[in-house]
Design a protein around this ligand. Structure first.
Ligand SMILES: C[S@@+](CC[C@H](N)C(=O)[O-])C[C@H]1O[C@@H](n2cnc3c(N)ncnc32)[C@H](O)[C@@H]1O
Length: 302
């Protein structure tokens, strides 16, 4: 064997090992995720199986295709991008921010750290509003719209006119982009809750307001507290201040109109007691989340 051919023979395996297949990347990604220090923290949800989710995102295919074509080679640029996402996930960044979207009520919403990641329990708000079967052309206001998931969904699922507010200009930018992409007609406004709006023309106010007590911060997952906007999460007075303000504002809404609110998992009894003391509101329904806790309050202005 000549010097040259020995050199060629030696070089070949090095080049081959640089080319990584889908299976190689899945194995490497799973190892990194398995080694994440957050795997041993109950508050986290970092799972080795997310490797396939992240790789599917980078390859712009469905997860099932990733699993089916393990032998396919992945070019260096995409492999590096994927491994960077895996490392960020292993250090606690939410998967939805890494891939840039989250599904809500069957539609994809763009998300980034300017907005709260839509949660499955918030879909109960949509179901509660749809169950009210409001007349055609009703007026709905979504307070604290964030990614716009509630406002855009209601615009597409009902014939109502939708207005949505947020205090955060950043959030409104994301919400506008989502509504435009989905073809949802929503009028967005920057204001403090519903300040400056004419409430007696509204048929319904819907809101998933900030309701977490600031004192609960140390008990929450750093995945949430280090990445999601605190304006979206926390409210003073044990998390009740924004809900309290909304209950107060209902005083100026039309008799017979509705307010549908998401509340914290431990705020059901507080809300029931609070409503008992109010003459202008009745609690029509308190809907349980998937874990059996009261999370969606359907209130009617009396
Ligand atoms: C829990 S997030 C809900 C986001 C979105 N509606 C959802 O369900 O995913 C609460 C939202 O309320 C907004 N917010 C907080 N305080 C507000 C205020 N005083 N006026 C208007 N919006 C407010 C936050 O910026 C955030 O977007």
């Amino acid at each position: 064997m000549s010097q040259d051919s020995r050199h060629e023979t030696n070089a070949a395996p090095t080049q081959a090992s640089d080319v990584r297949t889908v299976d190689d990347l899945l194995t490497e990604g799973r190892l990194v995720l398995r080694a994440s220090r957050f795997r041993h923290d109950d508050r986290f949800d970092v799972e080795p199986r997310e490797a396939a989710y992240l790789l599917a995102h980078v390859l712009a295919v469905r997860e099932v295709q990733v699993r089916a074509f393990g032998e396919r080679e992945v070019d260096g640029e995409r492999a590096a991008h994927y491994l960077d996402l895996v490392r960020r996930r292993a250090s606690g960044e939410p998967a939805a921010y890494l891939v840039g979207h989250r599904e809500f009520y069957g539609r994809e919403f763009r998300v980034d750290p300017r907005v709260l990641i839509p949660r499955p329990e918030t879909e109960h708000l949509i179901e509660a509003v749809l169950a009210l079967d409001l007349p055609v052309g009703s007026a709905i206001l979504d307070v604290g719209t964030g990614s716009g998931c509630i406002a855009a969904t209601l615009a597409l699922e009902t014939s109502a006119r939708i207005v949505a507010t947020d205090l955060s200009l950043d959030a409104l930018e994301v919400a506008r982009c989502n509504a435009r992409r989905l073809g949802a007609k929503v009028h967005f406004l920057r204001t403090d809750l519903l300040s400056g709006l004419c409430l007696d023309t509204l048929d319904l106010v819907v809101s998933n307001p900030p309701y977490v007590s600031p004192e609960a911060l140390p008990t929450l997952s750093p995945e949430v507290t280090e990445h999601e906007p605190h304006l979206a999460l926390f409210a003073p007075k044990d998390g009740t201040q924004v809900v309290e303000r909304l209950l107060g504002v209902a005083r100026t809404m039309r008799t017979g109109s509705w307010m549908v609110l998401e509340i914290g998992h431990d705020q059901g009894s507080w809300l029931e007691r609070r409503i008992e003391g109010l003459e202008h509101l009745t609690l029509a329904r308190l809907i349980l989340d998937y874990g059996g806790r009261p999370r969606t309050a359907v209130l009617q202005v009396t």
